[in-house]
Design a protein around this ligand. Structure first.
Ligand code: ARG
Length: 296
């Protein structure tokens, strides 16, 4: 799959950062090719780094959750490369870096599956079209959002709710949100689970994120996480959400982070509450079309 292994990490000039970057570049390609999942020699033990710090999710707990799979005949657990979420019956939301350079034919999406290898779970769909956010530029982490138009609607499954654009009521720093995915669970010995996992993470202020990530864009990003609780490689594109009054609102899309679960390096998410994120979608004809599909 064409997920570039070097895209998602932050290039911070510290020796620890460089070690982490080198290791993660390789971890990233393992996810990408979905074959070897052994730790490269360069992988350093980074204590505390262990969806990092999460728990298994039960079947059907998140019916709108999607897994992006490279087309092929192998075990879906080995073909999963990113997460996503059902936002209308024919549209799955994910991260742009998950699908840059990818053709619709190369991907399939399963919605509502919890255990990747269990083909009886969920609804499997081909992808008709892929549109990345027009402002998303490779090598620049902001506007990390893409939409996959499914070839056939998903039936009997409610889409996840989006917050009202331009609001921040769900983003109060200190509030707990949940991130779910099939990504790496342990940065010492990379390991990719078959069953969906989730972890609760505290939301952070924009100032706290800027302190860690110079390229952080507070107009379109939000940060969450604390040492040993984080998303990680393979979780990209998946949802960060909150349950409020019995409804689930997706407030973020897993985008990037330096390492996983490391102290002082929270996860960065594309903020779905951002008005700018949705308004700027209208900058390309394709984006306009998807906006219509989303009725936003
Ligand atoms: N870019 C990663 C992926 O491709 C997700 C990174 C999230 N990292 C983090 N520390 N929260 O799966």
């Amino acid at each position: 799959m064409s997920v570039s292994p070097t895209r998602h990490r932050l290039r911070r000039i510290t020796s620890a950062g460089l070690v982490a970057s080198a290791a993660l570049a390789l971890v990233g390609s393992a996810v990408t090719t979905a074959t070897a999942q052994t730790a490269p020699d360069e992988e350093r033990a980074r204590p505390g780094a262990k969806i990092i710090g999460g728990v298994e999710q039960s079947n059907g707990a998140h019916p709108w959750m999607a897994a992006l799979l490279s087309k092929g005949s192998g075990n879906p657990a080995d073909r999963q490369f990113c997460g996503g979420s059902l936002v209308s019956d024919t549209v799955v939301l994910t991260a742009a870096h998950c699908v840059t350079g990818t053709k619709p034919k190369q991907v399939e999406v399963t919605v509502g599956r919890t255990v990747l290898s269990d083909k009886r779970q969920g609804q499997l769909r081909n992808v008709r079209s892929i549109v990345s956010h027009p402002r998303y530029v490779k090598g620049n982490e902001a506007y990390d959002l893409a939409l996959l138009e499914l070839a056939k609607p998903v039936t009997g499954t409610a889409a996840v709710k989006m917050p009202t654009a331009g609001t921040d009521a769900l983003l109060r720093p200190g509030a707990q949100a949940t991130v779910i995915g099939w990504g790496n669970t342990d940065t010492e010995v990379p390991s990719f689970p078959d069953r969906l996992r989730g972890v609760n993470v505290p939301l952070l202020s924009h100032a706290e994120c800027t302190a860690t990530y110079p390229g952080y864009n507070k107009a379109v990003n939000v940060c969450a996480g604390v040492e040993s609780k984080d998303s990680c490689q393979g979780d990209s594109g998946g949802p960060l959400f909150r349950k409020v009054a019995g409804r689930t609102y997706q407030i973020g899309i897993v985008s990037y982070g330096e390492g996983c679960g490391e102290q002082g390096a929270p996860g960065v998410y594309t903020s779905t509450s951002s008005k700018k994120l949705w308004d700027t979608l209208a900058e390309s004809p394709e984006g306009k079309r998807m906006k219509q599909l989303l009725r936003r």
